[in-house]
Design a protein around this ligand. Structure first.
Ligand SMILES: Nc1nc2c(ncn2[C@@H]2O[C@H](COP(=O)(O)OP(=O)(O)O)[C@@H](O)[C@H]2O)c(=O)[nH]1
Ligand SMILES: [Mg+2]
Length: 376
């Protein structure tokens, strides 16, 4: 097997024809703003000063964008050495965090999430807010990552001093996505950003992950050939605090209004995501700006409601506990798979399970025993 073949993603055809050139580059390190730029990296490699913990803390608190970006790269790192500094940094920043509204935005690719963020982000900056935009993509950090939080869709927002946009990492950062995103939120809050927008693609696990770290969860959708409701999973609708039918402009406006009524009819029968809050569907256009100020009013009403009822605090407390549990799970997984005893027998056990020689349960048992022997 050639080197190139080894690095091919698993979804490529077994026998790729001429012209199927997709392969994954190994070991990309992000440059400070999250984009890979070989030239810039070579240049900064020599010049870049190693930051001390205090440099990081100071820089983030002073909203130094370069240091913020480097702090995020630090928490995204999987290396044990970086982990230690990252933990200390987050610990130091935590007292300065939390004073924000965290908003998750989900929807199928093409629904207009990035364009919507450009629209609402600029509106919020105009109104004196400081807006940080992050992207979460647990489903694949190999291919889809850089599509989310697309800076080209946020042309104006990305140039504003009141905004900070962090695209999802472009490679080499598998694992611990939720922890990394939570820590990135802490960094942005400590830097004084008071609205955190988290974009996530609407597939599988990612919605649940993002729901577990935000105060308000927005589902962005569009009107299609009439099958949008059937295609929409009830479970996802039940995570949302608002549903927005985007692209309600031009010829599409009327259809969007119809879709909105259909959604509202269904929502009536669903469990609300937030106790005491009635999730509603509405229309907007991220291009014309129609409906953008009204969704912000909805979010403000939501905040008022949940702060009065105490649910805002309660949800954040629950999320803190979930965060702790997730960190324990991540840690346990890491020490398990990095354990010498486990490593020694892993390949053999794996092969035995693959060939059917032993059952998966027996395989798991053998590995756990190897781990326990080692930790006794
Ligand atoms: N007509 C119209 N097009 C939109 C609107 N919002 C986004 N789009 C277009 O839809 C496409 C996908 O938008 P994008 O923001 O990248 O979607 P994402 O994948 O959900 O982030 C782009 O071509 C946008 O210009 C809208 O409100 N009206
Ligand atoms: Mg996008």
């Amino acid at each position: 097997m050639s080197d190139k073949e080894k690095k091919r993603p698993e979804w490529t055809p077994k026998d790729p024809q001429e012209g199927f050139t997709t392969s994954v580059m190994g070991g990309i390190h992000s440059s400070h703003d999250g984009f890979f730029d070989e030239h810039a990296q070579k240049k900064t490699f020599h010049r870049r000063k190693k930051l001390t913990l205090d440099d990081y803390i100071q820089g983030v608190l002073e909203r130094d964008r370069t240091i913020m970006a480097r702090a995020i790269t630090l928490v995204e790192s999987n290396s044990t050495k970086h982990r230690k500094t990252a933990d200390e940094l987050i610990k130091a920043l935590l007292p300065n965090s939390g004073h924000s509204v965290r908003i998750g935005i989900t929807g199928m690719p093409g629904a207009g999430k990035s364009t919507f963020i450009e629209a609402i982000g600029n509106l919020l900056c105009d109104n004196g807010h400081k807006v940080a935009v992050l992207a979460v993509d647990p489903s694949s950090s190999l291919t889809k990552g850089s599509i989310l939080g697309d800076k080209t869709r946020m042309e104006k927002l990305s140039t504003r001093s009141e905004a900070f946009i962090r695209p999802s990492p472009s490679g080499g950062v598998l694992g611990g996505v939720a922890r990394k995103s939570r820590e990135t939120i802490i960094i942005c809050e400590a830097a004084g950003f008071d609205v955190i927008l988290v974009e996530t693609v609407g597939v599988g696990q990612s919605e649940i992950t993002v729901r577990s770290m935000v105060d308000f969860f927005l589902l962005l959708t569009i009107t299609g050939a009439g099958d949008e409701l059937q295609g929409m999973k009830k479970g996802i609708m039940e995570l949302a605090d608002a549903i927005l039918i985007n692209k309600a402009d031009g010829e599409n406006k009327k259809r969007a209004e119809t879709t909105k009524s259909e959604f509202n009819r269904i929502l009536h029968y669903l469990q609300p995501a937030t106790p005491g809050w009635h999730t509603k569907a509405d229309t907007c256009s991220s291009i014309t700006g129609f409906g953008i100020d009204s969704i912000w009013k909805v979010i403000e009403a939501f905040l008022k409601h949940t702060k009065n009822s105490g649910f805002f605090e309660e949800r954040r407390h629950t999320q803190a506990i979930d965060w702790m549990k997730a960190m324990i799970e991540e840690y346990l997984k890491k020490i398990f798979y990095e354990d010498d005893g486990v490593k020694e027998v892993f390949e053999v056990v794996k092969d035995a399970v693959r060939t059917g020689e032993i059952t998966p349960a027996a395989g798991a048992q053998q590995l756990i025993q190897a781990f326990e022997r080692d930790t006794e």
